[in-house]
Design a protein around this ligand. Structure first.
Ligand code: MLT
Length: 337
């Protein structure tokens, strides 16, 4: 591929979903103009990116094909300040010779910690107990939980975040199971986990499931009514711990209608989600009102540390491309001409 070097002139960079101050300073110190402003979808569709050399987005800004074809020839690079690129049409970007770069490592620790936080919160009813106390109740008996120790945790996807979650879970005494058809089996074995060839057997063997895969056509509603029905509800030592699901990866991997039905029937005892099929969730969303549900508004990477790292990593990657280099975090390098 041929990338055009443009650093001899200052680049104009749109940052549409916010970025850490230090990262903005890094770009500005390197001589670039940073325009920090959310751009409405309609304006993106009608060519608002024509005056920019680069755009840096998080998850709120969507860059589908129809936006990218309207961006004109000035746009040289798209930066995704985060991991997931499901809000960007990376194929259309490649056809227009625009590399899409992301920051895949920067938020790993923060997402690991949030996932463990959600797991523990579910099992010890922390959000439910807090809601009850705010109503001046003292429902000690109703808040009896279960330990993570000795339970089977199934990880769907076994990349960096899942491996970190797995290590913490093992330290807490959990048995870790994995399903990841794209990962060499030796990785799962090296981490002392039970690797499943089928996602169904993972569900059959685990009372706790945490999702860590990308959102794709293949993973859309991968967690559905049939699979949730396979979960055993009882741990191997005979404790009726119920079934628990956590998702800090991407909305849409769980069928939320099926999840609500499973919470209502009791097949699923708790669900904790940081990501949703529709974000922000609508006012009428019944799932988030269920007593055994608790949620956070897509805050996996929302820590001071992660945002500082994300900003720096994406700033450097975007500048690499502006300097005519192919950044090593280019997600569509295989598609570029
Ligand atoms: C990510 O993909 O990095 C996270 O979901 C965080 C975000 O979208 O901001």
């Amino acid at each position: 591929m041929s990338l055009t070097q443009i650093t001899t002139t200052m680049a104009r960079i749109a940052v549409t979903d916010g970025m850490a101050q230090d990262a903005v300073a890094l770009l500005e110190k390197s001589g670039h103009e940073v325009v920090l402003q959310f751009i409405e979808q309609e304006d993106l569709r009608t060519g608002a990116l024509k005056d920019f050399d680069a755009i840096i987005v998080r998850s709120a800004t969507k860059l589908p094909r129809e936006v990218l074809v309207q961006s004109g020839s000035r746009l040289k690079v798209i930066g995704r300040a985060g991991v997931g690129v499901d809000n960007i049409d990376i194929v259309a970007a490649a056809e227009l010779n625009i590399p899409v770069v992301n920051a895949p490592r920067a938020s790993t620790q923060s997402v690991i910690e949030l996932t463990i936080g959600h797991l523990l919160s579910s099992l010890r009813h922390i959000p439910r107990a807090d809601r009850s106390m705010r109503q001046h109740k003292w429902e000690k008996k109703a808040m009896k939980g279960t330990e993570l120790f000795g339970k089977d945790l199934g990880l769907i996807g076994f990349g960096r975040i899942a491996q970190g979650v797995g290590s913490v879970a093992q330290m807490l005494g959990m048995e870790v199971h994995t399903y990841d058809p794209y990962l060499p089996s030796k990785v799962a074995k090296a981490q002392n986990t039970t690797l499943h060839k089928s996602v169904d057997t993972l569900f059959q063997n685990c009372t706790h499931i945490s999702i860590h895969c990308n959102f794709t056509d293949e993973t859309h509603h991968l967690v559905n009514a049939e699979r949730m029905a396979l979960m055993p509800g009882k741990s191997r030592d005979g404790i009726p711990c119920g079934n628990h699901i956590v998702n800090c990866a991407r909305g849409g991997i769980i069928d939320e209608t099926a999840l609500l039905a499973s919470l209502k029937s009791g097949q699923i005892s708790s669900a904790a989600l940081d990501v949703f099929e529709q974000e922000p969730v609508s006012k009428g969303n019944e799932l988030i009102q269920h007593p055994n549900f608790h949620g956070t508004p897509h805050i996996g990477a929302a820590t001071l540390e992660a945002q500082a790292r994300v900003g720096k990593d994406i700033g450097l990657a975007v500048m690499d491309v502006l300097n005519g280099k192919l950044a090593d975090t280019t997600v569509n390098s295989h598609l570029l001409k």
